[in-house]
Design a protein around this ligand. Structure first.
Ligand SMILES: Nc1ncnc2c1ncn2[C@@H]1O[C@H](COP(=O)(O)OP(=O)(O)OP(=O)(O)O)[C@@H](O)[C@H]1O
Ligand SMILES: [Mg+2]
Length: 341
């Protein structure tokens, strides 16, 4: 029926009105998620990853200081201009979202089972008995031990890891077409993290569920993502397939992120690389390239002019004036006008 991408975000901008004036937390983000794809968004704390996720589902609407621009197309509808009542029927049904903090989505006064059953009954019109059975099945799939017992417990009776899995069970129970995952496994220990990632990949492969996976962990990206967007100060600065990102990262920021992944075997005694400096505040965004204040290669042009996103390869784009010189390569198809030293 609908041949295009599941989700298409076009030139999304999210502004907040703050005491210090208007700030732009997301500044012109374009991305799409096709059926069966897992798209990763990576970047340091504060670069706008969560605001992208929340803007897609307009979870910030309660803050009256928020203002969106652009389009978020899902099944040919622009979620940004949809009446909130209509958007609510899509949230938790066709699109699910999971967060780092499970208690933000679990209701403390209902049992885990009640909450999953409620979703199933609402969105899939199942009977009470069917829904109860399915709730146990889903809890089992997320690796919760003794799901027959846990289904009758309240969120506070579960450990943090189990709460996380219960939230994921709830999000996946309606078999969403699209899952937005905002650092859902960051607080979990590695074995549970691996189980949850496996479950997400399984649903992705079995049902073609599209996933937008937000993380600051490049290790997780390399394990599950089809392709990756690297974000810095509200903008995507590099985007490509996961394979290319690790093999030929072109943006100095991406290179810094990759160099700062701890190596288990090699270089164990070497000091970990850190990207120098700190992320500027949103009320003080550099004029030219947003990374220029921390970039070892920045020159006058970088300080004054904002680079354009340049396609270097059909599957690889980068927003940097000097990626070609830095990486000893020919320039891509667009741009190439600059001849600054
Ligand atoms: N309601 C709000 N009002 C004003 N500024 C906000 C609001 N929500 C987020 N921001 C700002 O938007 C920027 C991006 O925040 P966001 O939470 O998206 O970062 P993030 O990439 O998810 O970071 P982390 O990895 O720490 O989760 C930050 O500078 C943050 O202070
Ligand atoms: Mg976040």
């Amino acid at each position: 029926m609908n041949k295009g991408p599941l989700l298409e975000v076009k030139n999304l901008k999210t502004h907040f009105q703050t005491e210090r004036g208007k700030v732009t937390a997301v500044n012109g983000v374009n991305l799409s998620v096709n059926k069966g794809e897992i798209i990763g968004i990576v970047g340091e704390s504060g670069c706008g990853k969560s605001v992208v996720a929340q803007s897609i589902l307009r979870l910030l609407d309660h803050t009256d200081s928020v203002e969106y621009e652009g389009e978020v197309l899902f099944e040919n509808q622009d979620l940004l201009s949809l009446p909130l009542s209509k958007l609510r029927t899509i949230r938790g049904d066709k699109i699910s979202i999971i967060f780092q903090d499970p208690l933000s989505s679990l209701n403390p006064v209902y049992t885990i089972g009640n909450q999953i059953e409620e979703t199933l009954r609402l969105h899939q019109k199942q009977s009470k008995k069917e829904a109860h059975k399915k709730a146990i099945e889903i809890l089992r799939a997320t690796g919760i031990p003794s799901p027959e017992m846990r289904v009758n417990e309240y969120p506070h009776q579960l450990s943090g890891g189990m709460q996380q899995r219960a939230m994921i069970a709830m999000a996946l129970s309606c078999e969403p077409k699209l899952l937005i995952a905002d650092e859902p496994t960051t607080a979990l220990d590695v074995t549970i993290q691996a189980q949850i990632l496996e479950l997400i990949v399984e649903l992705n492969q079995k049902f073609g569920m599209g996933v937008l996976f937000i993380t600051h962990d490049l290790g997780v990206v390399s394990e599950i993502c089809t392709s990756v967007k690297v974000m810095y100060l509200g903008q995507i600065v590099e985007e490509t397939t996961t394979e290319r990102l690790f093999q030929t990262p072109l943006h100095p920021y991406t290179q810094g992120l990759i160099k700062s992944i701890p190596q288990l075997e090699k270089n164990r005694h070497e000091k970990l690389h850190v990207i120098e400096g700190t992320v500027p505040s949103l009320s003080n965004i550099p004029r030219g390239c947003s990374f220029s204040t921390r970039c070892p290669f920045a020159d006058q042009q970088c300080l004054n002019e904002e680079p354009v996103m340049e396609m270097v390869h059909p599957e690889h784009s980068v927003k940097c004036w000097h990626y070609a010189e830095i990486n000893n390569m020919e320039r891509g198809s667009r741009g190439g006008e600059s001849n600054n030293e």
